[in-house]
Every structure is written in structure tokens, then in C-alpha cells.
Design a protein around this ligand. Structure first.
Ligand SMILES: Cc1cc2nc3c(=O)[nH]c(=O)nc-3n(C[C@H](O)[C@H](O)[C@H](O)COP(=O)(O)OP(=O)(O)OC[C@H]3O[C@@H](n4cnc5c(N)ncnc54)[C@H](O)[C@@H]3O)c2cc1C
Length: 510
């Protein structure tokens, strides 16, 4: 071959860097002319380790979801990133928090035996059956939300005596409702679906986590990113290069069949034989808006992507999840509980001091036992609203919330400073992670992953000209770091197989 095939990868997140590393390693760094173009001024994408009040925190990806068989866990273990140092404590270094203190709005502690435990096991049982694929799907209401509500309703009917008073002016039924709701709020965070009735129930049965513990990375998730990038020469990754438009099927006479147009002027272009697109589903969705002549920050394709892929981009869900870190000061700041909040129903005449944007956040919890940094997760509408507030508004809203749930001594610990993520409005992401929305299916995730061939009809084997990786392209591990990683391996393998079939006989493991 006279010239090396030129491969450009769009995005230096987990998927893009994994694909680059695989292509570099498998070809001894010499077969491809490889380049990663990244719009931001850092690598890592939705992986971003930071520090706050002396603790190591994650602004994006936080957990390795199951350690047995996870490629992320394998990498983290290989590079020694799992063993922490005593000097920098890290988020959830003591594992998943246990011993929640569930409190109802107004300050009544919710009885664990009467309410918290039975409702929690009801909820977990329902979600287990959804994940096992055993949950009956109602054709007219195929979402997770209605399924969960049916389960709660059946539980109430079987229990009877719903009017019992459980203290603090709460009826048993209202208390159960509020505790059930806090689990639903956590589900919104896990899936990024603003409304659980928009989360497809059947697809839950196809989603997979790895078995084993869920753990965080002592040295920070960004260590995985640094490791992936370390194999590449610094010149391979170009930062601050935002692709605005991809021209493809050009025939290849003008340097390559694909031409990338960058922000910053008509002359800023780059040609390639193959492009691996790893931008978020949010950025792809925004690009569809551009097709109608709209001015958005998304990525545009010319010619437009085939209808099957456009439909998949349109139908799949991509929601917003944000993290809010709060540094506490005051008397008892190191004894803050894992607080689960049971909010009063709208009909209840409670003093409504808690702002609306806090009312779908189920818990506030120290990032490890004894830390003076607290964390709350937000999803959907409330996550977007959080991005628009000032720090002062957040501090005052959180303080009002703590006052509504905790006794004065504990609530005396004041929020001093906050730090939050802002994935929803960031034009390089436009959301946090994907989910299978009602009206979509896991077939759409397959459609996301399909490569697109070029215009050279004479070729015996169609040349994959545009390839697609990223968490939203993995059928069973979408929304996760390992899904992104596996998709990067998959697309690198696809290209290697195209050139050297014997070297890479199967991509099935991905
Ligand atoms: C708050 C939050 C919590 C999470 N928690 C977890 C968790 O606990 N466990 C877990 O497994 N996963 C978690 N995730 C999901 C995980 O972070 C992602 O699935 C994964 O990092 C996605 O990687 P990616 O390579 O597919 O995409 P990205 O990381 O989005 O990479 C794409 C890259 O493309 C760049 N880009 C965008 N547009 C352009 C353009 N036009 N031109 C050039 N470059 C562009 C972006 O800047 C970005 O760097 C979380 C995510 C968030 C936001």
C-alpha cells in the first residue's frame, strides 16, 4: 500500500481513546495514520475526576458497575488505580453507603420495620423482575413507571388498613408513597430518564451489569483515561478541534472519501479514509436539528445519515444527570447521616420551604462515612434547573431542605460551598447518558453501531467509511464506561478486520 490509511476518531472520551489505543497497539503503531480530534480542551469526556474540600470526587462517571468481567475494572486493577493513598480520601472509598436514615418532611423518622424495609424490598423485587425480563408489559403503558405503580397498588390492596396514622400527621399510605417515590427518584438517576413512564420496560430485561461489587476508583476515573492516552504520541490527539460537519461518500479523489469541517472557518478541514464518530447521543440528536436548517451545536452529516440511523438517534432516550457536592461547616459536620428524604405529598399542608428542584432528589449523603462533603444526585428537569441556579440559590435551597428533615442540632451544620456538574447545557455533551425510551428498542442501539460504507461500489468488501462508537452504541451495556470501552474495541476490531482479516478473526467478544 502506498500510503497508510488515515483514521480520524472524533472525541477523546473513553470510546475514542480505547479505539485509538487498540488501533495503535494492534498495528504496532505503524499501519494507520491515526488522529483523535477533540472539541474540548481536555481528554476524558464524561469521565472527569476533580477535587473538592480535600477529597477526590468524580464529576461524571463514578462507579465500576460490577467487577467480575468488567474491562474497566481489569484496566484499573492492572494499572494499580484501585489502591488508594491515605493522603487523599476519595468518593465512596467505603463502598456503597448503607444504614440510611429515612426521614419524612417535617422531621418524623420513618419506621424501618413498618415502612422502609417492606417498601424497599417491594421496590427492589419489582425492579429485579424487570431486569430479569419477567415483568409483564402492558401494551398501552409499556414504561417502567406504570409497572412500578401497579406493583405499589397491588401491595396496598393486599395489605389493607391504609388509613393508619404513623405519626407526625402522616398516614401509612402517604408514608409508603413517599418512600416508594424516593426509590423512583434513584431510578431516574440510574437511567437518566426524567419520567419513568418514558423508560421502556421490556428493554430493562436486556440491560446487563457485571456481577460482583460496585466500586469506585481510588486514584480517580481519570487514571483510566490517562492510561489509554499514554500509548499514543501527544501529537495524535488534537484538542480544541470541534467538528461541525462531516462530508462523506466523496469518492476519495480529494485526499480521502471523508472530509471533516471544523469550527473556526471554512478552510479548517481534514480528510480521512475512515472516521470513528464517538460523540454523545445528545450531540447527534442536536445534529438532526441542524438538518432542518436549525442552528444548534450538534454534528451535521452530508449527505444526511440513513433514515434507520436517524430514527434510532431520534427515538433513543438521552437524559440529564448531575451531581451536587456540598462542603459542610458547623458543629457536627463529620456525623452527617445517609439521609433518605420522604417528601410530603402535594396535598399535605406542610410548610413548603423546600424548593421544587430539590423535591425529586431522594438522598443526601456524605461521600464516605465521616466526610464533610455531601453529595446529592439530580436527574431530568431538576438536573437542568440545578445548572441554571447560582451557588447562593443552591446553598439556600439545600439549607431549607436540611432544616425540613433534620433536628436542629444536625441541621446546624451549614452548607459553605458547592460544586456541581453541568452536563445538560454543555454543548459537547448535551446530556449525561442514554436509555431505551418507550417507542425505541435495543434494535435502535444496534442501528447506532452500524458502520456506513462508502461510495466505492467496485470494492468486494464494502469499506467502512463512517464507524460509530460510544456508550449509546452498545446493546446491553449502554450508558456506562464499560459500554463505551467495549464499543471502542469493537470499532477498532472492525477496521483491523477490514485490512487484516486473519489478524482479527472475531469481534464477537465485544
Ligand atoms: C454524572 C454522570 C455520572 C455517570 N456515572 C457513571 C458511573 O457511575 N458508571 C459508569 O459506568 N458510567 C457512568 N456515567 C456514564 C459514562 O461517563 C459514559 O457512558 C462514558 O464516559 C461515555 O464515554 P464516550 O466515549 O461514549 O462519550 P464521551 O465521554 O461523551 O466522549 C465523547 C467526546 O466527544 C467530544 N465531542 C463532542 N462533540 C464533538 C465535536 N463536534 N467534535 C469533536 N469532539 C466532540 C466530547 O468533548 C467528548 O470528549 C456517568 C456519566 C455522567 C455524566
Amino acid at each position: 500500500m502506498a500510503e497508510k490509511p488515515r483514521v480520524v476518531i472524533i472525541g477523546a472520551g473513553l470510546a475514542g481513546l480505547t479505539a485509538a489505543r487498540c488501533l495503535h497497539a494492534a498495528s504496532a503503531g505503524d499501519f494507520f495514520d491515526l488522529c483523535v480530534v477533540e472539541a474540548g480542551h481536555r481528554i476524558g469526556g464524561r469521565v472527569l475526576t476533580s477535587e473538592f474540600a480535600g477529597d477526590r470526587i468524580e464529576m461524571g462517571a463514578t462507579w465500576i458497575h460490577g467487577i467480575d468481567g468488567s474491562p474497566i475494572h481489569a484496566v484499573a486493577a492492572d494499572i494499580g488505580a484501585l489502591a488508594g493513598s491515605a493522603s487523599v480520601p476519595w468518593e465512596r472509598m467505603d463502598g456503597f453507603p448503607s444504614d440510611p436514615l429515612t426521614v419524612a418532611e417535617g422531621g418524623t423518622v420513618v419506621d424501618p420495620l413498618l415502612v422502609v424495609d417492606p417498601i424497599t424490598s417491594l421496590y427492589c423485587g419489582l425492579m429485579d423482575s424487570a431486569r430479569d425480563g419477567d415483568a409483564p408489559v402492558e401494551p398501552k403503558r409499556p414504561g417502567v413507571g406504570p409497572f412500578l405503580r401497579r406493583g405499589l397498588q397491588e401491595y396496598r390492596v393486599s395489605r389493607g388498613d391504609k388509613g393508619a396514622d404513623v405519626g407526625g400527621g402522616w398516614s401509612l399510605e402517604d408514608m409508603e408513597e413517599a418512600v416508594f417515590a424516593l426509590h423512583e427518584f434513584a431510578e431516574r438517576v440510574c437511567t437518566s430518564a426524567d419520567d419513568l413512564s418514558d423508560l421502556d420496560l421490556a428493554a430493562e430485561g436486556e440491560y446487563r451489569d457485571y456481577p460482583g461489587d460496585h466500586v469506585t476508583i481510588a486514584n480517580g476515573y481519570s487514571r483510566i483515561i490517562e492510561h489509554l492516552a499514554s500509548a499514543l504520541s501527544p501529537a495524535t490527539i488534537l484538542l480544541g478541534r470541534r467538528v461541525r460537519r462531516i462530508e462523506w461518500r466523496l469518492g476519495g479523489d480529494d485526499g480521502g472519501p471523508v472530509k471533516l469541517h471544523f469550527d473556526g472557518g471554512e478552510n479548517l478541514t481534514m480528510t480521512a479514509d475512515h472516521v470513528i464518530v464517538t460523540v454523545s447521543l445528545g450531540v447527534l440528536k442536536a445534529g438532526l436539528g441542524k438538518e432542518g436548517g436549525g442552528e444548534t451545536s450538534g454534528l451535521e452529516f452530508s449527505p444526511a445519515l440513513p433514515e434507520r440511523k436517524r430514527e434510532a438517534i431520534r427515538r433513543l432516550g438521552f437524559g440529564v444527570v448531575n451531581k451536587l457536592f456540598m462542603e459542610m461547616g458547623g458543629t457536627d459536620e463529620t456525623r452527617f447521616p445517609f439521609l433518605q428524604m420522604a417528601f410530603a405529598p402535594p396535598t399535605k399542608e406542610a410548610k413548603r420551604t423546600v424548593p421544587a428542584w430539590m423535591r425529586k432528589t431522594g438522598s443526601i449523603c456524605p461521600i464516605y462515612r465521616g466526610s464533610r462533603v455531601l453529595l446529592a444526585w439530580f436527574a431530568g428537569t431538576e438536573a437542568l434547573e440545578l445548572e441554571a441556579l447560582t451557588d447562593e440559590e443552591i446553598i439556600s435551597g439545600v439549607s431549607a431542605t436540611l432544616d425540613a428533615f433534620l433536628p436542629p442540632t444536625a441541621a446546624a451544620a451549614r452548607v459553605q460551598r458547592v460544586k456541581r456538574s453541568g452536563w445538560g447545557r454543555d454543548p459537547l455533551f448535551l446530556g449525561s447518558y442514554s436509555y431505551v425510551a418507550v417507542g425505541s428498542s435495543s434494535d435502535d442501539l444496534d442501528a447506532m453501531a452500524e458502520p456506513l460504507a462508502g461510495a466505492r461500489v467496485s470494492a468486494v468488501v464494502p469499506t467502512p467509511e463512517l464507524l460509530f462508537a460510544g456508550e449509546a452504541t452498545h446493546k446491553s451495556h449502554y450508558s456506562t464506561t464499560h459500554g463505551a470501552y467495549l464499543s471502542g474495541v469493537r470499532e477498532a476490531t472492525r477496521l483491523l478486520r477490514h485490512y487484516v482479516p486473519k489478524l482479527c478473526p472475531s469481534a464477537a467478544a465485544t
